[in-house]
Write a protein that binds this ligand. Structure first.
Ligand code: SAM
Length: 286
């Protein structure tokens, strides 16, 4: 409970992404002891709170009131209230409006703590069987066409494992766009994680595109895609350099201030050949 002489704080509480037994003891204790719970969708959260017999006042905190409501909640914390933030499912802030209030708390010198727990991206990554040492989480692809194209272009050369969130009614078109921009590669289509119909389909991106054209997507999805191989990317770069005129390639480095010998060394490296080879090519071009 809050103490009237002390400032309150914000507790970011992770809630289950499907299986209610995944809630942590610490989250339950916190939800029972705070003064107020801010929830993304109060109707949704009431079911969760009723299930655990939690009777703390609820207030909405969502995309459309995230700035104004954050100001009100910060004022309450200043006056001593402890507030828990929960979102529809999973870890607050991850692809949901929690980011705004967290940032505003830092700016207002209100203490924030995070109570870890379920998170769809980590659950999917761990299940995918793809390289989990280096990964990039993109959340939902931007709905704006231009921005989306830019992100897809950038992702096409991404060597780390890529994780995306997607709604079922957009899955088919997203898989089509991904197959076009990223070409064929492994994907783990992770559906209904921690729920009764949990499913992980490992296939190629082209197979996934075809499969979901025949089978209507249902439920919630996370896509985990393998990154581009470093070797393939290096070979493509080398090919592009080799298409350049050798004298122009040399001139690019000499214009940057490298002497002839240094430029030859760099050009040889770019083209994946020896310096002797470059020397021969330059003689032939004379
Ligand atoms: N904050 C959440 C988290 O920690 O994962 C994510 C919130 S985001 C608004 C909702 C998206 O997460 C869904 O559209 C889906 O892509 C993914 N997601 C959430 N629960 C899931 C589940 N049980 N199975 C598969 N994907 C899920």
């Amino acid at each position: 409970m809050s103490d009237s002489n002390k400032q309150g704080m914000l507790y970011l509480c992770a809630t289950p992404i499907g299986n209610l037994s995944d809630i942590t003891e610490r989250v339950l204790e916190t939800l029972k002891s705070v003064d107020l719970i801010a929830a993304e969708d109060t109707r949704n959260s009431i079911r969760l709170l009723n299930h655990f017999d939690i009777k703390v006042p609820l207030v909405s905190y969502h995309e459309h009131n995230k700035y104004d409501r954050a100001k009100e909640l910060i004022e309450k914390m200043r006056r001593g209230a402890d507030i828990a933030l929960i979102t529809d499912a999973g870890t607050p802030v991850i692809s949901d409006p929690g980011e705004v209030i967290t940032n505003m708390c830092h700016e207002a010198a209100i203490t924030v703590t995070s109570l870890p727990g379920p998170c769809a991206l980590i659950t999917a990554l761990s299940l995918s069987g793809l390289d989990a040492r280096r990964f990039v989480f993109e959340g939902f692809l931007p709905p704006d066409k231009k921005e989306r194209k830019k992100v897809l272009e950038r992702l096409s050369d991404e060597t780390r494992t890529i994780i995306l969130y997607e709604a079922p009614h957009h899955l088919q078109s997203t898989l089509r766009e991904l197959a076009e921009a990223l070409c064929n590669r492994q994907v783990a289509v992770c559906r209904e994680l921690t729920k009764k119909f949990e499913e992980v389909k490992r296939m190629t991106l082209f197979e996934a595109k075809e499969y979901y054209e025949q089978n209507e997507p249902r439920g919630e999805y996370v896509l985990v895609l393998s990154g581009r191989s470093e070797e393939e990317l290096d070979n493509e770069r080398i090919e592009q350099y080799r298409e350049k005129d050798i004298n122009e390639h040399m001139a690019e480095y000499e214009q940057k201030g490298l002497d002839h010998k240094e430029a030859m060394k760099q050009v040889a490296k770019d083209r994946g050949v020896s310096r002797r080879e470059i020397y021969k090519m330059l003689l032939e071009e004379k």
